[in-house]
Ligand binder design. Sequence first.
Ligand SMILES: [Zn+2]
Length: 328
Amino acid sequence: MKLTGSQILLSFSLFLFTSALIAQQPIKVKAKSGDGIHRILKQHQMDTEEYYHEFIRLNKTKLIKGNLLFIGRTYILPQKNANTGTNYYAIFGEKYGHVKNVDNSLQGAVYYLVSGHGGPDPGAVGKRDGHLLTEDEYAYDISLRLAVELIKQGAIVYIIVRDPDDGIRDDAFLKNDKHETVWKDKEIPLNINKKLRQRTQVVNQLYRKNRGQYQRLIVIHIDSRSKGERVDVFGYYNSKSKSGKIFTERLISALKLNYKKYQPKRLFGGITNNRDGLYMLKYTHPVTSYLELGNIQNAKDQVRFTKSENRQALAEWLAEGCISDFDQ
Ligand SMILES: [Zn+2]
């Protein structure tokens, strides 16, 4: 088969995408008898002064008092010069595909981002200025923007619901299409139970693969049920998951804090609650936060989603919440 120019370009960017992911996979080492932090760093030609603190930060839950190691446990090595690289991710599109590592504050963290609906299911549909606003496209755009913010901080991010040709878009009206897939090329079924089972299985498989690391799943929807009270954002967690509750609270309070800072006159209402009946909270294995960032059918809420600056702000603020959770 003769490759055309565009096919070559496509496989080239796919290669870049894969290699970028591999480059970010942290190296893990199993502590042997007699090992200490200094010894392990030295064995990997790492400057002990430069990386000692970083090693402790990455492995703080796995250290014995006095920063000793458990024999037989696996520890994450800090990455050398991890904050200098720029990688290209085709999934974000040409304009936003080049992502520069700015910091390592999320190094060692793994995120799964699931934007609601997709494929044959557009989710909730709103109308504005003669355009149809479909929930899945707006939730997807925010999830991509969030992914960029997390990767910038050194996190590993799996974009579970994906679209091969919609990168991050700055338009007010995002065209609806039906060819989203689930990590990586699985067709999304129409049947709601099959659809939810498919993404859950994918997340749980990846979760097993990344066992031992800090892992979080964020589900993003824009179809909160209208309430009499003025609530902007709902954050749900599984009542059996203490970490899920804390994570969700941190995401919501990051939004609250920023609204207070940038729109002090606006009263922002955010609610966190348990909602065990939700499939994505019940059957997924990572610590999960299920967010309803508003309702695409609500005229007031629509402004929050049609302006690309607002989608970007939401993504950045959620990333702040992620950092505060990982830091604790
Ligand atoms: Zn939804």
